[in-house]
Design a binder for this molecule. Structure first.
Ligand code: CFM
Length: 535
C-alpha cells in the first residue's frame, strides 16, 4: 500500500475534528514543495501520546544530570521516581568532588500536604539535604500539585539561600506548564542561564576550549564524545548537562566555541550565550561515522590552525581503522532493511545517517515534541506563530555583557565560515528524508499500530511507551532514549556498538516465534472485526 493511501485510511477512522487536527501533523516528503508541518501544539485529549511533561523535561532531562547538586522534587514520590537520574544518565565522580546522581530526593507529598500546604515540608527537606550532604547547590522542581495548591517555591528558595549560604534554584516546571517536555527544557535552561552560567570567574580559556551543549550522556555518549575531543586536543569547559557539574556550568562563558548536539533542548541557550558573551555555536552531530567526521572537520576549521586540522585527520584515520571491518560485517547483516524512527525532539533526525551507514532506510520518522524548526530547519523560526501555551513560558531576554563579551574570531571570518558549516544554523528532519517517506509529529499509539501493520519495517526505534506495540507484532524495537541500557552509540566506537545491537535484534529468530496475546485469546469480549483495520 502506498504511504498516501495508508495515511488516508488511518485518517478515515478519526472523527472529523480529530482528522482535521492530525492531518496537519503529517506529510509525505515531496522535494518539489516547501513542506510545512504542525508541531509543538497540544496533544488531543484521549489519544495515547508518547510525550512527557514539562517537569520531565526540566528535572528529568536538563537539571537531573548535574551530579554535584541535590535536586529536590517537591511533590508526590511517583514524580520523583520517574525522573530519577539513574534511570539512564551516567555520571562519574572526579577526585573528591560530590556526586549525588544515585540519590532520589523528594518531599513525598501526602494528602495532608495538598490540603494544608507543603511549604514546611520543603523547608525541612532543604535543611536535611544541607545537613546530610552539604551540596554545592540545590534545585527545587515543582510538580503539578505544587502549582495547583500554590506553594511558593521561589520564596522558600530565596529564604534557604540566606539560611544556608548556597545557591538554591527554584524551577516552576509543573507538568502542565507546556504541551510537552520541551517546555521544561526551556524553563530549566533559562534559570541556569540567568543564575548560574557566567558566575564563575572570567578567565582567558585554553585555545581549543569548547562547551558541549545538549548532550545528556545517555549510554555514555558524552564520555565517548569527550574521549574523541580530548584525544584531538580540545579542552571541554562544560557539558550541558550529561555528567555535568554546577561548578563547571558557572564557567560556561569561558570557552571559544559552543557545539550543540541536541538543538531542540538548548538552541535558545546557545543563542543567548552568543548574544551575551560572543561565543558562536556550531551545530554538530556525533551520531554516525560520517556525521562525526564532518563535525570534527568543521570544529577544526573553525579554529583554523593547521596543527589542529592535521591532528583531527590523524585521529579520524586512527578511529576509522578500528571500526571499518566490524561495521562492514554488521552492514551485511542489515543491508536492505527499513526503519521507523520516532524519538523525542532530535534523535529521529540524528540517527538517520547512522542507519544509512549500515544499509537501513528510514521510511517513517517523527518527533514527540519537536518544533517546526526541528522538522523544517532553523530558517522557519521567525514564521512560527506563538500560541498561548508557548507564551506561558517566561521568556528570558539577555543583552551583551560589556565586561565579559569577547569575540574569538573577527566577525568577517565568522561570516565566511557560516557559508561552509552550520554555525548558528541547523536543517530540519524533512530534508534528510527520502522522497515519498512519511514524517509524523506526535505519533500516537493507534497510528503507530496502523503504520507498523502497513509498512512492516524491520526495526522500530522509539521508547519505553510504544516499544511493546511493535514487539508484540514481532517487529524488533530499539529504544533510542535509554538505548535499552546499551551504548554508547555516539562517535566511531559507538557506531559499532549500535550496529552490533541492531544486527542482533533484527536477525534474532525470536520475532518469528511471537504470537501476540490478542491472537491467543481476545482481550475483550466480542467479535474482532478485521474490517476496521485500515492498513
Ligand atoms: Fe534532546 Fe535528549 Fe532528544 Fe530531549 Fe528526551 Fe532524551 Fe530524546 Mo528521551 S534532550 S530532544 S527530552 S536528545 S529524554 S536525552 S532521548 S526524548 S530525542
Amino acid at each position: 500500500m502506498s504511504c498516501k493511501k495508508c495515511l488516508d485510511k488511518v485518517m478515515d477512522t478519526y472523527p472529523s475534528k480529530v482528522k482535521k487536527n492530525r492531518e496537519k501533523h503529517m506529510l509525505i516528503k515531496d522535494p518539489d514543495e516547501t513542506q510545512e508541518i504542525q508541531a509543538n501544539t497540544r496533544a488531543i485529549p484521549g489519544i495515547i501520546t508518547n510525550r512527557g511533561c514539562a517537569y520531565a523535561g526540566c528535572k528529568g532531562v536538563v537539571i537531573g544530570p548535574l551530579r554535584d547538586m541535590v535536586h529536590i522534587v517537591h511533590g508526590p514520590v511517583g514524580c520523583s521516581y520517574y525522573a530519577w537520574g539513574t534511570r539512564r544518565n551516567k555520571a562519574k565522580t572526579k577526585g573528591d568532588e560530590k556526586n549525588f546522581i544515585n540519590y532520589c530526593f523528594t518531599t513525598d507529598m501526602q494528602e495532608s500536604d495538598i490540603v494544608f500546604g507543603g511549604e514546611k515540608k520543603l523547608r525541612e527537606a532543604i535543611r536535611e539535604a544541607v545537613e546530610l550532604f552539604n551540596p554545592a547547590a540545590i534545585t527545587i522542581s515543582a510538580t503539578c500539585p505544587v502549582g495547583l495548591i500554590g506553594d511558593d517555591i521561589k520564596a522558600i528558595a530565596a529564604e534557604a539561600e540566606i539560611e544556608h549560604g548556597i545557591q538554591v534554584l527554584a524551577f516552576d516546571c509543573e507538568g502542565y506548564k507546556g504541551v510537552s517536555q520541551s517546555a521544561g527544557h526551556h524553563i530549566a535552561n533559562n534559570i541556569l542561564m540567568r543564575d548560574v552560567i557566567g558566575t564563575g570567574e572570567r578567565v582567558e580559556p585554553p585555545k581549543y576550549s569548547v562547551n558541549i551543549l545538549g548532550e545528556y550522556n545517555i549510554g555514555g555518549d558524552g564520555w565517548e564524545i569527550s574521549r574523541i575531543l580530548n584525544k584531538i586536543g580540545y579542552d571541554i569547559v562544560s557539558i550541558m548537562t550529561g555528567d555535568g557539574t554546577y561548578e563547571e556550568l558557572k564557567n560556561t562563558h569561558n570557552a571559544n566555541l559552543n557545539v550543540v548536539q541536541c538543538h531542540r533542548s538548548i538552541n535558545y541557550i546557545s543563542e543567548m550565550l552568543e548574544t551575551k558573551y560572543g561565543t558562536p555555536w556550531l551545530k554538530v552531530n556525533f551520531i554516525g561515522v560520517n556525521e562525526t567526521i564532518k563535525t570534527l572537520r568543521n570544529m577544526a576549521e573553525y579554529f583554523g590552525d593547521q596543527e589542529l586540522i592535521d591532528r583531527t585527520e590523524e585521529v579520524i584515520a586512527e578511529e576509522l581503522s578500528e571500526i571499518e571491518e566490524p561495521l562492514e560485517t554488521y552492514k551485511k547483516m542489515c543491508e536492505g532493511k527499513t526503519a521507523f524512527l520516532y524519538v523525542g525532539g532530535s534523535r529521529a533526525h540524528h540517527y538517520q545517517g547512522l542507519l544509512k551507514e549500515i544499509g537501513i532506510e528510514t521510511v517513517m520518522a517523527g518527533y514527540e515534541f519537536g518544533h517546526r524548526d526541528d522538522y523544517e530547519g532553523r530558517d522557519v523560526i521567525p514564521y512560527i506563530k506563538l500560541d498561548a501555551d508557548t507564551r506561558n513560558i517566561p521568556d528570558l531576554h539577555v543583552e551583551k555583557d560589556e565586561k565579559q563579551y569577547r569575540l574569538y574570531l573577527p566577525e568577517s571570518k565568522l561570516e565566511a565560515l557560516k557559508e561552509k558549516m552550520p554555525l548558528g544554523q541547523y536543517d530540519g528532519l524533512i530534508k534528510e528524508m527520502k522522497d515519498g517517506t512519511i514524517v509524523i509529529d506526535d505519533l500516537n499509539h493507534y497510528e503507530t499500530e496502523m503504520l507498523l501493520k502497513a509498512l512492516k519495517p524491520d526495526i522500530f526505534c522509539s521508547g519505553i511507551k510504544d516499544k511493546f506495540i511493535s514487539q508484540k507484532m514481532g517487529i524488533f524495537s530499539k529504544q533510542l532514549h535509554s538505548y535499552d541500557y546499551s551504548g554508547p552509540y555516539a562517535g566511531f566506537k559507538g557506531a559499532v556498538i549500535f550496529a552490533k545491537d541492531v544486527s542482533a535484534g533484527i536477525n534474532t529468530p525470536t520475532w518469528s516465534h511471537i504470537t501476540p496475546p490478542w491472537k491467543k485469546e481476545p482481550i475483550i469480549e466480542g467479535e474482532i472485526n478485521e474490517g476496521v483495520i485500515p492498513c
